[in-house]
Ligand binder design. Structure first.
Ligand code: DX5
Ligand code: ZN
Length: 215
């Protein structure tokens, strides 16, 4: 059974308490929280202040996806805000190993995200140090885009790398996940499905989450 991580980016921000209450009641496992800086990605979302509020509304795992440059400057701030999992982009981190150590030394789980064009082979020498790989299945920056089919091949390759070394690393798929493609993504070897639009634009988000969970 996959871990379901609805992305709050697609929520109605004028009714955040209701959206959080809905997720808390649902079978969602994690809150996926997308932080964008307008530099690493061409969009700005929200920062640690909002994550502090999300933290107070839920006991679910707060999975924070940093789409920002120089994420090392913000590791402590996001720990204080309440992140359980902190994911940084490989493309934003010339000193990725140091950043992973920073995250783990503060007691959070560490994730590495890859853009669609970044090969999974680049993870070879960091895979044993991390808890999660977030494979972007759209170009990061916006919700509501279509799933890039080549991601399925990347999931299979990464799954083989993880199995070969008997590691305990989760594969998270982020972007364009729908009720139509979720099964295929899980079959390819994914552990975590991030879903923004599919959950929040649904007429019955709780039922949609339940269906994703049952796949
Ligand atoms: C995109 C974000 C995603 C996004 C997914 O940069 O990382 O988490 O919210 O949204 P959907 O599920 O609508 O593609
Ligand atoms: Zn994300």
């Amino acid at each position: 059974m996959a871990i379901i991580a609805p992305s709050l980016l697609a929520a109605n921000f004028l009714q955040l308490q209701d959206e959080c209450d809905m997720l808390n009641k649902s079978q969602a496992d994690w809150f996926h929280l997308d932080v964008m800086d307008g530099r690493f990605v061409p969009n700005i979302s929200y920062g640690p202040m909002l994550i502090e509020f999300f933290r107070k509304t839920t006991t679910k795992i707060c999975d924070v996806h940093l789409m920002i440059e120089e994420p090392g400057n913000f590791v402590e701030i996001f720990k204080k805000a309440g992140a359980d999992i902190l994911t940084v982009h490989l493309e934003a981190c010339p000193h990725l190993h140091r950043n992973i150590q920073q995250i783990k030394s503060l007691g959070m789980q560490a994730g590495v995200a890859l853009n669609p064009h970044t090969p999974v082979s680049l993870l070879k020498d960091i895979l044993g140090d991390i808890d999660l790989v977030c494979l972007m299945s759209v170009n990061p920056g916006f919700g509501g885009q279509s799933f890039i089919p080549n991601t399925l091949e990347k999931i299979k390759q990464l799954r083989a790398m993880i199995s070969e070394k008997s590691l305990n690393v989760k594969i998270e798929i982020d972007g364009g996940v729908t009720e139509e493609n979720a099964q295929q993504i899980i079959q390819a070897g994914a552990d975590v499905l991030v879903a923004g639009s599919t959950v929040f634009k649904s007429p019955d988000p709780i039922a949609t989450i339940a269906r994703l969970k049952a796949m």
